[in-house]
Design a protein around this ligand. Structure first.
Ligand SMILES: Cc1ncc(COP(=O)(O)O)c(C=O)c1O
Length: 313
């Protein structure tokens, strides 16, 4: 704002990052344009309303608002879009408009860093509860939620202060860590970003339109990818129906409707608990419930009526 920036552009999948940026732009008196992946935009229209309440402009991506969006629409009419395409559109708009900058909501190192507020807070809460975790679990789309949650404790592990293990849960619709290649790849589809060293499905990969829209990213944050490559953590991928089943169990037992992304962490936590139980090991699992699912009731409705699609590539 002090530099004269009048507008920020960004992408959003599930809509959480778009909402966060919309709210902060509004507080600073800066305009905010959000490219929301078409699949998610159609699945949860109320998310757009939330962003509009904070005065953001929201476009379903691919859109006719950018040259890149128009190119994609021509080549793939009716596409559900992807985070990679939405990032390209947000970059395209920033490049072609005065006093406009682009802000990325995940993947990059500085985003991992500011998200560590989650893990630092978790450590404080564990102190209050006198908990020493044996396993920490979070879902991963671009990786900032997982990194933010796990990295402060992983730092302790690197310094030999804990034996805690770390598990990232991803969608089998975009299984970059469990089925992708570790190589340099573009952060977006259109080639506006630099290449990043990461686990990737390839930058033009378009995942199936799972309700966990925030996990539909083709790659994985370079820092999370490096941690995986160095054996500091492991990753598992889960199908859409399995994660919704886990979400149903969580609603029944805890009363909380979790976001479809968070259901991946719940599924991993249940599986891990059952594995410890079978081995007769008493262990403490701490997992991150990254969001609520009250704007995802269409997805839950489909699940309850047996109409939820499979997700794997
Ligand atoms: C509820 C929720 N959890 C987790 C994520 C994962 O995002 P990332 O791994 O990019 O931080 C998202 C992304 O949209 C989300 O909406």
């Amino acid at each position: 704002m002090k530099d004269g920036i009048e507008n920020l552009t960004t992408e959003t999948g599930a809509g959480q990052w778009g909402t966060a940026l919309a709210m902060s732009c509004n507080l600073f008196g800066i305009g905010c344009t959000v490219f929301m992946v078409r699949g998610s935009y159609d699945q949860k229209p109320a998310r757009k309303t939330v962003m509009n309440m904070y005065n953001a402009t929201v476009h379903a991506s691919p859109s006719d608002q950018t040259e890149y969006g128009r190119k994609v629409l021509k080549a793939m009419p009716g596409t559900v879009g992807s985070l990679g395409i939405a990032i390209s559109e947000a970059c395209d708009m920033a490049i072609n408009h005065k006093n406009t900058k682009y802000a990325l909501g995940s993947v990059l190192n500085h985003v991992m860093l500011h998200q560590t507020v989650i893990g630092l807070e978790t450590i404080e809460q564990m102190k209050i509860g006198e908990i020493e975790p044996d396993c920490m679990i979070a879902c991963a789309g671009g990786g900032s939620n997982f990194a933010g949650f796990a990295f402060p404790m992983m730092g302790r592990k690197i310094r030999g202060k804990t034996d805690c293990e770390f598990l990232a849960a991803e969608s089998d619709a975009a299984p970059s860590m469990t089925s992708g290649k570790y190589k340099y790849d573009l952060g977006d589809t259109g080639g506006y970003t630099p290449e990043l060293m990461m686990y990737t499905m390839g930058h033009d990969f378009i995942p199936s339109p799972v309700h966990a829209g925030g996990l539909r990213y083709h790659g994985m944050a370079p820092l999370v990818s490096a941690a995986l490559d160095q054996g500091l953590m492991t990753a598992r991928s889960y199908s859409q129906p399995d994660t919704f089943r886990a979400g149903k169990i969580f609603a029944e037992t805890e009363g909380i409707i979790a976001a479809p992304e968070s259901c991946h962490a719940i599924k991993a936590a249940i599986d891990k608990a059952l594995e410890y139980k079978a081995a007769k090991e008493e262990r403490t699992i701490v997992f991150c419930l990254s969001g609520h699912g009250l704007l995802d009731l269409n997805g839950y409705e489909k699940f309850l009526s047996g109409k939820l699609e499979e997700s794997s590539v």
